[in-house]
Design a protein around this ligand. Structure first.
Ligand SMILES: CC(C)(COP(=O)(O)OP(=O)(O)OC[C@H]1O[C@@H](n2cnc3c(N)ncnc32)[C@H](O)[C@@H]1OP(=O)(O)O)[C@@H](O)C(=O)NCCC(=O)NCCS
Length: 353
């Protein structure tokens, strides 16, 4: 087993071990794009019997830390083939890579761990958390509208390449953990709209917020349209949304939250056969998928979740029998008395018995 720097032309071989876990051999296009932002000497490979079975690479970042911008290694493409796992190959790759980073004088090595249990043993520690947020439009109101004074413009890929990078550069320069993106990075990565990343959504949209011709904020997003029972239930998937000021950031998020025709209403299962929808501050309770609707029930005593229609039907029926109201009914199966049925329905609709 030999761990060494990759040679030119070995990017495909070095990508192959981790690609195994994505379910395919990397496409030629993927290899070309990596080659634009990853010099082969920043890739380490593990070779056995002439075959590359593991790899670890590092992008060259200009990385913002509190008070400075420093060169940094952006660790990526880490993988060992399943046929060679748990023999210490990753450990050897990490050793070689960290030695290399040190020799280059890069004070920081950073990575985005998909599996956080792996890297602690090699000296990495957690510096930030990330998470996905799903915001339903009905909850997307702001306390006050942002006053950015700008206008929004959708951009072509070519326009985005010119207009968006300065916004990123301004934000990245003063935000620890962000790094400078050279033009190749924008072309090969950030603005590259690969099919494989769409996950059922549409193509990448690019929008900028400008004031007097100056770009203040931008967003990259995809629209995923869906319909359920004839109503649109689609979503906007935000890839990036950045602004140079709080007002500009709020502005771009206002834009994203206001994209029309993508309403999804939050429904909370209250219990079996009972769902609660929140609509513009009002609660709507749907019983049995809409066979009965209660538009205005509150949460207190008598609210639908406390109201049991089946118990009510039985109790009202028993009451009717015991109080002699059904004395003149003949023997046999009878229709439930309409006035009692109406009482139950009224109680459900108003939330009070
Ligand atoms: C993660 C991976 C690179 C590990 O490679 P490896 O050559 O099997 O690792 P090593 O044999 O050098 O393991 C070194 C140590 O790390 C531990 N380790 C390895 N992978 C681990 C994992 N996924 N979770 C927790 N511990 C792990 C090993 O148990 C071993 O511990 P030990 O020294 O106490 O015995 C390999 O399993 C892989 O390619 N996984 C899929 C791709 C992947 O997860 N890439 C990283 C994305 S962030």
């Amino acid at each position: 087993m030999e761990v060494r720097r990759a040679r030119s032309g070995e990017i495909l071989a070095g990508l192959t071990p981790v690609s195994h876990y994505f379910g395919s051999v990397p496409a030629e296009d993927t290899v070309q794009r990596f080659a634009r932002v990853l010099p082969p000497e920043r890739m380490h490979v593990a070779e056995e019997d002439g075959k590359i079975v593991g790899g670890a690479s590092a992008f060259e970042f200009q990385f913002t830390v509190p008070g400075a911008i420093v060169p940094a290694a952006g660790v990526t493409i880490v993988g060992v083939l399943p046929t060679h796992r748990r023999r210490g190959i990753l450990t050897q790759l990490m050793r070689a890579q960290l030695d290399d980073i040190r020799e280059r004088g890069e004070p920081v090595a950073c990575l985005w761990a998909s599996e956080e249990t792996i890297y602690g043993r090699y000296g990495y520690g957690m510096s930030a958390l990330c998470g996905d947020i799903e915001i339903l439009r009905v909850y997307g109101g702001f306390r006050r509208p942002p006053e950015h004074g700008g206008v929004f413009r959708l951009l072509s890929h070519e326009e985005a390449l010119e207009v968006i990078p300065p916004v990123w550069a301004r934000v990245a320069a003063e935000t620890p953990g962000m790094f400078a993106r050279p033009r190749e990075w924008w072309q090969a990565r950030a603005l590259h709209d690969s099919e494989g990343r769409r996950d059922g959504a549409g193509e990448m949209m690019r929008v900028v917020l400008e004031r007097d011709g100056e770009a203040l904020a931008y967003a990259l997003y995809r629209v995923k349209m869906d319909f359920e029972s004839g109503s649109s239930t689609g979503e906007v998937r935000v890839l990036e949304a950045l602004g140079v000021s709080p007002e500009a950031t709020a502005g771009i998020w206002r834009y994203l939250l206001d994209v029309d025709w993508l309403d999804r209403h939050p429904s909370t299962p209250v219990r079996r056969h009972l769902e609660r929808f929140e609509l513009d501050g009002r609660r709507v309770y749907l019983l049995n998928r809409g066979s009965l609707v209660n538009l205005a029930a509150g949460l207190g005593i008598g609210a639908p979740q406390l109201f049991d229609p089946f118990a009510a039907i039985m109790l009202l029926g028993l009451d009717a029998i015991l109080s002699g109201q059904t004395a003149d009914l003949p023997n046999g199966v009878q229709r439930y008395p309409r006035p009692l049925e109406a009482r139950v329905a009224r109680a459900l609709a108003t939330g009070s018995v």
